[in-house]
Write a protein that binds this ligand. Structure first.
Ligand code: PMP
Ligand code: GLN
Length: 385
């Protein structure tokens, strides 16, 4: 293995899911729903396969899907992208992230990224030969939500900074960046002429009426922002591994140049079905959002009653819980012991940080599960403790 990838072992999601299966635990570790997406979507995919949509789609994606992506970004956010040159379909958001980093980060370039960070960012920045400059998201004592200090963001910028990676709604903290926070990020990007890559896979999973605001919609940002999203979270089909990148033509062209040699294209039959669902299943998306908000509340109440100190969650599938009130300090130790001791799997937030001490005391729990599964996890945790 090349030297710059040697710090990366097995991903935490693979490790914790394996442990959960071995111990027959309730798996609140890896974030995947335990119910399916809309029926019309599943039936559409089946129909397409049986109708013979089984050969390579065009590299940039089926035109029907690129047009549907262009329509929803316009309808929801007032952002207009040319479906032919400014929308590109990838094998999940993961491939979109990988291709973006490989296409835009030169060896030695610095990439500003908020920590805790989704695990593939660090690995892909390393693979591209870039250097991470983490800016901490910390729990604000008055609001209980995770946010950043604008002075720390500014201090992270150097003459080598090329790009900033922004994930909102944020995995794992559950923060949805406000207009003011995004304005701060946008100002820094404009002043230092940075490219922004945004991971918006949880764009439709914001709660309590909070809007998701794409960074690209702020003044001066459309021409410097690549936005990445995925059907996995939009329609609760994480195995479908279909994502899309939108942005100005030169940035999308860069991604396309790299991605044509990574995966060439994504799937065919699924893309067509996703395109239809993007036009027809908005009610389903709203129902999913309401259901997840109730699940968030259900798990937060249960964990709080068990003694965890649960953080504010504004969006995503995840709650962060502080283990210190239970008398523990190291979330990694607890997460490794929990499946065997309690029959529940969670993810230690520590692994999402460069400055690991910042997240040492935090566990991430996924709440995208049936109510009875959440209740069983809480029952087991109550008995354990
Ligand atoms: N980004 C974030 C923040 C995620 O949580 C995930 C996991 N769904 C991904 C990217 C990867 O998405 P996909 O499964 O579409 O590759
Ligand atoms: N995005 C999911 C999570 O954060 C996991 C994806 C994966 O397993 N790589 O749990």
């Amino acid at each position: 293995l090349i030297e710059r990838m040697r710090e990366y072992g097995e991903t935490i999601f693979a490790e914790m899911t394996r442990l959960a299966v071995e111990t027959e635990s309730v798996n609140l570790g890896q974030g995947f729903p335990d119910t399916d997406g809309p029926r019309s979507l599943l039936e559409g995919a089946t129909r397409n396969i049986m109708a013979g949509v089984n050969q390579y789609p065009p590299g940039p994606g089926r035109p029907e899907l690129r047009q549907a992506v262009s329509r929803y970004r316009s309808r929801h956010y007032g952002l207009d992208f040319d479906p032919d040159s400014e929308v590109y379909v990838t094998v999940g958001a993961t491939a979109g992230i990988a291709a973006s980093m490989l296409a835009l980060v030169e060896r030695g370039d610095e990439v500003v990224v908020f920590e805790p960070m989704y695990d593939s960012y660090a690995a892909m920045i390393s693979l591209a030969g870039g250097v991470r400059r983490p800016v901490a998201l910390r729990r604000d004592p008055s609001s209980g939500r995770f946010t950043f200090d604008p002075a720390e963001l500014r201090a992270a910028i150097t003459p080598r900074t090329r790009l900033i990676m922004v994930n909102t709604p944020h995995n794992p903290t559950g923060t949805v960046f406000t207009g003011a926070e995004l304005a701060e990020i946008a100002r820094v990007c404009r002043e230092h002429d940075l490219i922004a890559v945004t991971d918006e896979v949880y764009e439709f999973l914001t709660f309590d009426g909070r809007p998701h605001v794409p960074l690209a919609s702020l003044p001066g940002m459309r021409e410097r922002t690549l936005s990445i999203s995925s059907v996995g979270k939009m329609f609760a089909v994480t195995a479908w591994k279909t994502g899309w990148v939108t942005g100005p033509e030169p940035l999308v062209r860069a991604v396309r140049t790299v991605n044509q040699f990574l995966t060439f294209s994504a799937n065919g039959a699924l893309q067509l079905a996703i395109a239809d669902a993007m036009d027809d299943e908005w009610e389903w998306i709203q129902r999913q959002r309401r259901a997840l908000q109730d699940k968030r509340d259900r798990l937060a109440e249960g964990l709080t009653a068990t003694g965890f100190d649960v953080n504010v969650c504004e969006g995503t599938y995840f709650l962060m819980a502080d283990i210190r009130p239970l008398g523990y300090l190291d979330g990694e130790e607890v997460a490794r012991a929990l499946p065997r001791e309690a029959g529940v799997a969670a993810v230690p937030a520590k692994v999402f940080y460069d400055h690991q001490e910042e997240g040492r005391h935090l566990l991430r729990f996924a709440f995208c599960k049936k109510d009875e599964v959440l209740d069983e996890a809480v029952r087991r945790l109550t008995t354990w403790h």
